[in-house]
Design a protein around this ligand. Structure first.
Ligand code: ATP
Ligand code: MG
Length: 507
């Protein structure tokens, strides 16, 4: 087409952290109005590159050009002024405020310090209509679904005049139905000239939505391709030089021994039952999967199981002992492990070194404790083990958790919980944000632990993972287990129809 310069051009970007070259002479050219995907292994340097493009980090070397002009960003403010906006993987909304307040928050106030709320409300309505993203400006963010919150983040960025939108793993937190909606929105945005750069580990999604794909490996650009020139397999090979894994569970290892028995479990939230009459068992060597659209009681189920929430009905038995009234710590010590859904809230102390993070939740047990004392050597040794076995990319146990890439943080948490050899493990979204190669490694660890007798409750938005790993599969809908399905027979489409309530329960 014409002589229009690229919307964004990153030329020879290099960025070093202590002991790590995160970006090593990266080149990225994004045309105006296109949807450009950036893919690569965990730790490849994707988030670093995006943060540079948004003025959050300054490159050691290299040039940024916006619409053909060289720019120097000292902060995100400078990037915003050039029409760049970013939606972070961890939403940064204040949940007790309204959509309107969140969108306006941090923007330049108009007219001598007054924020023109009426005008802002009008503008939000206009943006949400133009781009087909329904949003009520006066609703509180805490009442919104994850998909709706993401919409608020996008509108917020557009409100500030962004013409280029950077999305870091936007689909990781969404269920399939929400992903489709996001993609519709992205297509609309791009049709109206908004440029989109996004990061994803889900290669089939990348192939579906992207106009152009750039592959990054170990901080370097290795290829820029069109989706019709490649397939998921070829992309995976470009990323990691490996085959695409499948999560298939081989021969069953389920025993007769019941490790976890849940009967009639119910949790009330305000006036309604968020979880109602849920009963199931997990036997030694069994993986029980729970499928469901987010917000259908999964959180309440997990919180009741690990002891963060006192159930209003029912009992929980761990290894034959009623633990319904026990504290979280007591349950952990009795062999209950937990991989939390939100790694920043429950999983990690970001400023602390990895060896301290390795102890979190296990500080009273060996190898971390000797009597009442912390065993530093034991903690270091265990941390080294986790880093090695779970392929965590990091200089070592003394590195703070915040210096790890998102996927490597997740691998570390999974490793920590598995290394504690729990009898029962509650895993919420264990492979979220993990690249295809590392996901295969986690699946392998799960299978090994299962063969050794682990009882696992797997809650996942990844239907392929659920179907592939589970021995038994339940669907949760409006707080109830509405269907029990055979993972060796069910298809993702069928599962989806139970999850959305389109189909009623069958044995
Ligand atoms: N603040 C930091 N301090 C030290 N090292 C860092 C920091 N941020 C990132 N790194 C390192 O830079 C490298 C690239 O990290 P980055 O977050 O860009 O990876 P990524 O491609 O986004 O990975 P993921 O898919 O896991 O999110 C990693 O080795 C990471 O440990
Ligand atoms: Mg990242």
């Amino acid at each position: 087409m014409s002589e229009q310069p690229p919307a964004v051009e990153l030329v020879g970007i290099t960025k070093t952290f202590p002991g790590v070259v995160a970006n090593d002479d990266i080149h990225l050219t994004v045309r105006r109005g296109e949807i450009h995907a950036v893919v690569g292994e965990n730790g490849a340097g994707k988030s670093t590159l995006m943060k540079i493009c948004y003025g959050m980090l300054r490159p050691d070397r290299g040039t940024i050009r916006i619409d053909g002009r060289e720019v120097h960003f000292r902060s995100p403010k400078d990037a915003i002024a050039e029409g760049i906006g970013m939606v972070h993987q961890h939403f940064m909304l204040a949940s007790n405020l309204t959509v309107l307040e969140n969108v306006v928050l941090g923007s330049e106030p108009a007219r001598g310090g007054w924020i023109a709320f009426d005008e802002a409300r009008r503008r939000i309505r206009e943006l949400s209509e133009t781009y087909g993203m329904p949003l009520d400006p006066d609703r509180r963010v805490e009442d919104l679904t994850v998909g709706e919150r993401q919409r608020v983040e996008i509108i917020k960025v557009l409100f500030r005049g962004a013409r280029t939108l950077i999305l870091d793993e936007p689909t990781a937190v969404l269920v399939p139905q929400e992903v489709e909606e996001l993609f519709r929105n992205l297509r609309d945005l791009s049709a109206r000239g908004v440029t989109i750069v996004f990061i994803s580990h889900k290669l089939d999604e990348v192939l579906e939505i992207a106009d152009t794909i750039t592959v990054i490996r170990s901080g370097r650009t290795v290829a820029t391709v069109k989706p019709d020139e490649v397939d998921a397999h070829r992309l995976a090979v470009l990323m990691v030089g490996a085959e695409l894994p499948t999560p298939e569970t081989r021969e069953a290892t389920v025993t007769e021994h019941v490790s976890l028995a849940v009967r009639g479990l119910g949790v009330r939230v305000e006036e309604r039952w968020a979880l109602e009459d849920v009963s199931f068992q997990i036997r030694r060597g069994e993986i029980v999967g729970v499928a469901g659209v987010e917000g259908n009681g999964q959180r309440e189920l997990v919180e009741a199981l690990i002891g963060l929430r006192r159930p209003d009905a029912g009992t929980i038995e761990l290894e034959g002992v009623d633990v319904t009234a026990w504290s979280t710590r007591r349950r952990r010590e009795a062999g209950l492990g937990y991989i939390p859904e939100d790694r920043h809230v429950w999983g990690l102390l970001l400023p602390s070194p990895l060896w301290e993070n390795a102890m979190l939740g296990h500080q009273t047990e060996p190898p971390f404790a000797r009597g009442a004392f912390v065993d530093r050597a034991g903690a270091h040794a265990r941390t080294e083990e986790i880093i090695r076995d779970y392929h965590v990319m990091t200089p070592g146990p003394d590195t703070p958790a915040l210096a790890l890439s998102g996927g490597n943080q997740q691998k570390f948490i999974v490793g920590r919980e598995m290394a504690a050899s729990p009898k029962v493990l509650i895993a919420a979204q264990p492979t979220r944000g993990i690249d295809v190669g590392a996901q295969a490694a986690v699946w392998e660890h799960i299978r090994t632990a299962r063969a050794a007798g682990l009882a696992l409750l797997l809650i996942s938005a990844d239907l392929e993972e659920l179907i592939g790993l589970s021995d038994t599969l339940h669907v949760i809908y409006r707080g109830r287990f509405v269907a029990r399905l055979d993972p060796s027979r069910v298809t993702p489409e069928e599962l989806g129809s139970y999850m959305t309530g389109a189909r009623e329960a069958a044995a």
